[in-house]
Design a protein around this ligand. Sequence first.
Ligand code: NAP
Length: 296
Amino acid sequence: MKFLSAVVLSTLAASVSGFAPATPLNLPSTCRAHSPVSQLNMVAEDAKVVLVTGASRGLGAAIAKEIGSHGHKIVVNYAGSEAKALEVVEEIKKLGGDAIAVQADCSDLDSIKNMFKTIVDEFGSCDVLINNAGITKDGLVPRMKKEQWTSVIDTNLSGVFYTSQAFYNLNAKKKMSEGAGRIINISSIVGQIGQTGQANYSAAKAGVIGLAKSNAREFAARGVTVNVICPGFIKSDMTDELSEETAAYYLNQIPLRRMGTPEEVAGMARFLALDPAAGYITGHSFNVDGGIAIGQ
Ligand code: NAP
């Protein structure tokens, strides 16, 4: 397994009293490496530290920006897209939040441990974990290679276990109030209804739902809730890969007759991550899918 050590590319953290949205201050950046010119943002003392895995693009980037725009401190994790991750960091700062970009391979336990160490060093804590990083390596079962199977399971399922474990171990040391720590796993309708050519992906996404149910039971004692979002077909690099014919087929199956937007998934993520009303929700899955998986 490739090991990518966690490296902070842009680090900015300052806490002051008062409430978000934070006002940007004209202070010099404390970026350690490869960071564009940036300014320190000051956010509210009670701003949450939110780790979004795979936040350089697509759904993860939209979630990071949506939550960041509410004045929180976002950890923008990425695997290889450094420039895109830094763009997301800068956008969050413009929107009134604070952010750092941290490179880590979310299929690798050591890389994840290093990422959490970096988060604690830079922000002091981690209140919300959004397990969004994911890949596809599609193929029909008879021809699916072992690498296609293991890499998708490693990233989309084992990675979610490792990050959830690291997040819980960090927070279990302190007794939090109910719902103070929150984990949100980005699964998929494919984990509920299956998909031809995606045995690896559907197995991983179904696994993430089961994992969330077990973790919700186990982590409740320490005030950590665990929930799942199951997006349907959402516009992103991942779905841009679909052929016109396949996209047309799926559109026909969606009662609302359109693909969703990353912002629509981000709205659900913000609710589950931040809303006080979500503090009493744990172990459940919420579909953002235009109705395609009604009844599942
Ligand atoms: P995307 O546009 O392909 O972006 C994937 C993100 O995951 C990128 O930020 C990528 O980082 C990151 N990533 C991939 N492997 C990683 C690893 N090993 N470690 C850390 N980060 C990694 O995908 P998306 O469409 O936004 O999907 C995001 C999530 O939603 C996935 O879990 C996906 O399964 C799920 N989902 C998507 C749809 C949809 O219709 N788009 C529907 C249902 C569920 P780099 O940029 O650095 O490579």
